[in-house]
Ligand binder design. Sequence first.
Ligand code: ARG
Length: 484
Amino acid sequence: MSNPLDKKSQAWSALFSEPMSELVKRYTASVFFDKRLWRADIQGSLAHAEMLAAQGIISVEDLADIRRGMEAISQEIDSGHFAWKLDLEDVHLNIEARLTQLVGDAGKRLHTGRSRNDQVATDVRLWLRGEIDLILQLLADLQKSLVEVAANNTEVILPGFTHLQVAQPVSFAHHLLAYVEMFARDTERFSQVRRRTNWLPLGSAALAGTTYALDRGRVARSLGMVDENGQPQICQNSLDGVSDRDFAIEFTAAASLCMVHISRLSEELILWMSQNFGFIRIADRFTTGSSIMPQKKNPDVPELARGKTGRVLGHLVGLLTLMKGQPLAYNKDNQEDKEPLFDTVDTLKDTLRIFCEMIGGQVHPVTGQKEGGLTVHAQAMEAAARKGYATATDLADYLVRKGLPFRDAHEIVAHAVKAASSRDCDLSELPLSMLQGFHPAIDQDVFEVLSLQGSLNARNTSGGTAPVQVRAQIARHRARLGPA
Ligand code: ARG
């Protein structure tokens, strides 16, 4: 029995008068990176074959052979015994050729009513859907880690910055929860991308649809490509079905934004752990030393995360550029969608995992407690908050409560800050008599207002930094995210 795929140049006919050169083979092959799609490829093929049998297009015996062959192939690949061949170009032809080797003619019938164009589009969607599910889990874990560190630090006071100048005191927990908001939006975005990824191209065939009476709904249902009501999501235009890569671009856009959030957090961790801030420590296993300066502990992990963000952003631009010049329908250019997409997935997953651990710590095998996460130096944070007149706005608000227009209060406080600064002390360290010299309405009760804690407590609007508000947010996040 002959297998046309034994020599790939014959996979598409005897039309070709000369074989491919080794260089062209290597240039056009994708198997060494697209082999990671193998599970999705087999899953898609089985759904297609079951439908072909149900429609009477292939026999039930053929289907049984295909199932048996795919079972064997899965085991071969899983155990590392599958012989991937560059000559067979990609994951699809490698698996199909092996199937035919194993089960004969049934293997040759599998491709009925299908093209690699709708096959690869289906595979990538199925694979990416699974990866999005993993990413959603990691995003939930990261949010939980941040929420738990926040829960232990609601009363810890951090100088809040604008323009990297001390602005107003904030609860350290409040600051961390800002990132939880970002990652919650990322979660929503990835869920939406998942929904639009989960559409079935199979049935589009090469570009125009097929002459066989396929039951696309059946394939979509068996692959779980359905909406929230269980209705099949089937690509409605065959040209678009084979050539659309919007889902890959949208995914990479969502990943880019998520990495931008991680990059901002990285930048803060790097600043906070520098000697000039001294606000936090990250565990030694996330840092490295220097080969020349013995005293150094460098924040390599956050720095690399910041650097890898550039790489993911590059993949987004790469994918957009890949698509912008392509006429309908499938073009081989599309094979170039995979490496950027795969690298985006790998980079994002690794980064989320490492951040979960760096912030929240690891579960100790004996105690079951998490340890080795972020160490918070509350005193250093508070000392820094005392330095930059962080309660100046509170003094202005105090004068407003005493009846002054805000603009006048603002001006008066500027004078007070100038005076304190020339004496090198905080506003709260100026004697009452002197404060009263700036405005007679100032009284003994001003000192409560000028305290960092008082400043925090006063910002008691929803979304504000008052610890009571922050605790309410923590409760909301815990309820939303489930047990830590
Ligand atoms: N390896 C190809 C890809 O990734 C599969 C589709 C090939 N289709 C074709 N008409 N050459 O896009």
